[in-house]
Design a protein around this ligand. Structure first.
Ligand code: NI
Length: 193
């Protein structure tokens, strides 16, 4: 079911989310929440969504990009459910990203790590590890920030770069996509399209 998305200023976005117990992952309420997150993310054309963005304080996020109108430059990223995700960086390499958020009406520039590895549970409660690189790594860091109570407004380090989506498209989009060519090429995991 599509749910309303909580916007910046709501305290639920600032509370670190609670981990889901292993036994609870496969219960009906948690499975319904996961389905709601998927429906809401697709409806909003997001590249990811965290449970607290629909007002639920649980450490669950979804990521996935499939012919996304908001992000046409983003490589295909298979839909994934991340329960209790944490990440570690594989090295110090970063790239400059311009990020927006379904809960924030503006975008801006910030740094993201290029290469990370996560540990999480899938929606069956099974643990997995996965390496992400490039834009996928940025998306995962953005969602884990949500689960820790952080927003892009905490990470944007150049306030003069803040813009609406419409003005980003008009004035910054082409230069930005050129600037992240390397991060796009190195994006993993990617599907076969
Ligand atoms: Ni967001």
């Amino acid at each position: 079911m599509i749910k309303p998305i909580v916007e910046i200023g709501d305290p639920v976005l600032r509370e670190p989310t609670r981990p889901v117990s292993y036994e609870a992952v496969t219960t009906e309420p948690v499975q319904s929440l996961i389905d709601d997150l998927i429906d809401t993310m697709r409806h909003a054309d997001g590249a990811g969504i965290a449970a607290n963005q629909i007002g639920i304080n649980l450490r669950i996020a979804i990521i996935g990009v499939d012919h996304n109108d908001r992000y046409p430059y983003k490589p295909h990223l298979p839909m994934q459910v991340l329960v209790n995700p944490t990440y570690r960086t594989l090295d110090d390499e970063t790239y400059r990203n311009n990020e927006g958020c379904l809960s924030v009406p503006v975008r801006g520039y910030l740094d993201r790590f290029m290469n990370i590895e996560i540990e999480a549970l899938n929606r069956n409660g099974e643990p997995f590890q996965q390496v992400y690189r490039g834009l996928s790594a940025g998306t995962v860091q953005h969602e884990i920030d949500h689960l820790d109570g952080f927003l892009i407004t905490d990470r944007i380090d150049d306030n003069a770069s803040i813009s609406t989506w419409e003005n980003f498209r008009r004035h910054e989009y082409d230069a930005f996509v050129d600037s992240i060519a390397d991060a796009i090429i190195r994006t993993e995991p990617r599907g076969d399209t």
